[in-house]
Design a protein around this ligand. Structure first.
Ligand code: 9MR
Length: 350
């Protein structure tokens, strides 16, 4: 059930919110919508528990963004917990929220090596049985969300840093063709869905970028329905260099692939030192980095802009703190959900 407070926020924000006009830009206020400052979609990842229990979180998601990615509830272990059972409940709630608040929903992710249900890791079968299992997984999910989910990360993180294909259960049991098959199954289920290959270190690592791009070009030439590349963009204040960010984007759209900056966050603590408070100077650098990325993205041709998705709302929500176990402040809002320098800079400069 979609909770009442979410519906309440949708109503309030329609009444209160100003669009992003130049006259209103003198102060940093969350009464200006980030999405209104842009002519491309701007999204965030959503966690339904936080949506329901933290009003500030819910209001930022509802008010500032016009696109949504599920942080975890549309991954294989959540949607497909046992061989013949799919669990749509939470993802359906999210889809209803997106429909009610007029937000685009991006599906993340169909095929990955992580967050798979135990039965999938343990599956035994011939190559064709594996293909059939993968087809059933993809087809049933994409078909269920047809008309509600605009786009899918069909394949997530299939390459290693040295440019070889990651030795996942999919590669081991089906072979390299699992990638093109996955795109075909998704396309069969929803011919209107925009289909992405999504990965990290695409900017930082030219070897990995080339391997991904080469494969995508080759598949597209064969008629495989692969439309875009998701550049996750989990980056740092100091790197990658700004020029490299633009160069990587240019290389991708020049090959006729739509670009989704799909998981943006800008870490300020590369060394993982103790950092109980975010230093002002680092937050200033972070703001410039965010601004550069948004401006560089804005410069690519409109036809190739799928949008930018930020990977978390307030700093306290970031995956970096609990996955990498380090102090960090990589997002647009602080631990109390107040706008940071990065948010204010985007609102005033874009
Ligand atoms: O943010 C997600 C976090 O809550 C999960 O614990 C983690 C598990 O692997 O996945 C995080 O999201 C990842 C995304 O699905 C794929 N790219 C990297 C993201 C950060 O790890």
């Amino acid at each position: 059930m979609i909770k009442k407070n979410i519906i309440f926020y949708i109503g309030i924000c329609i009444l209160l919110f100003n669009s992003c006009t130049k006259e209103q830009l003198s102060s940093c206020s969350t009464n200006k919508r980030l999405a209104d400052c842009l002519d491309f979609y701007c999204g965030n990842v959503v966690d339904l528990d936080r949506m329901d229990s933290i009003p500030e979180y819910a209001s930022i998601v509802t008010e500032q963004f016009n696109s949504v990615t599920a942080e975890n509830i549309m991954k294989p272990n959540a949607l497909h917990p046992t061989r013949n059972v799919f669990d749509w409940e939470e993802a359906d709630q999210l889809a209803s929220f997106c429909q009610a608040s007029n937000k685009r929903l991006h599906g993340h992710t169909l095929i990955w090596h992580k967050q798979l249900p135990p039965w999938m890791y343990a599956f035994q079968g011939t190559k064709s049985e594996w293909e059939e299992m993968m087809r059933d997984h993809i087809f049933r999910i994409v078909d269920h969300f047809k008309g509600k989910v605009t786009s899918w990360d069909v394949i997530n993180e299939a390459f290693e840093e040295d440019g070889t294909m990651r030795n996942t259960i999919w590669l081991k049991n089906i072979g390299p063709s699992y990638i093109e098959k996955a795109f075909q199954y998704a396309h069969e289920a929803d011919p209107d869905a925009i289909l992405f290959y999504n990965d990290y270190n695409i900017v930082l690592n030219p070897i990995k970028r080339k391997a991904i791009l080469d494969l995508c070009i080759q598949l597209k030439a064969k008629g495989v329905p692969i439309h875009g590349i998701g550049i996750q963009m989990h980056i740092f204040n100091g790197f990658p260099e700004n020029n490299d960010i633009s160069k990587a984007m240019d290389e991708i759209w020049n090959q006729d692939f739509i670009i989704h900056i799909s998981e943006l966050d800008v870490s300020i603590n590369v060394n993982g030192t103790e950092m109980p408070v975010a230093p002002e100077k680092d937050l200033d650098i972070q703001a410039e980095k965010y601004l550069y990325i948004f401006k560089a993205y804005d410069r690519i041709p409109n036809a190739y802009k799928f949008g930018i998705t930020i990977w978390g709302v307030g700093d306290r929500d970031t995956w970096i703190r609990y996955s990498s176990n380090r102090d960090d402040y990589p997002l647009l809002f602080d631990d109390e959900y107040q706008p940071k320098k990065a948010f204010c800079t985007l609102i005033s400069e874009l």
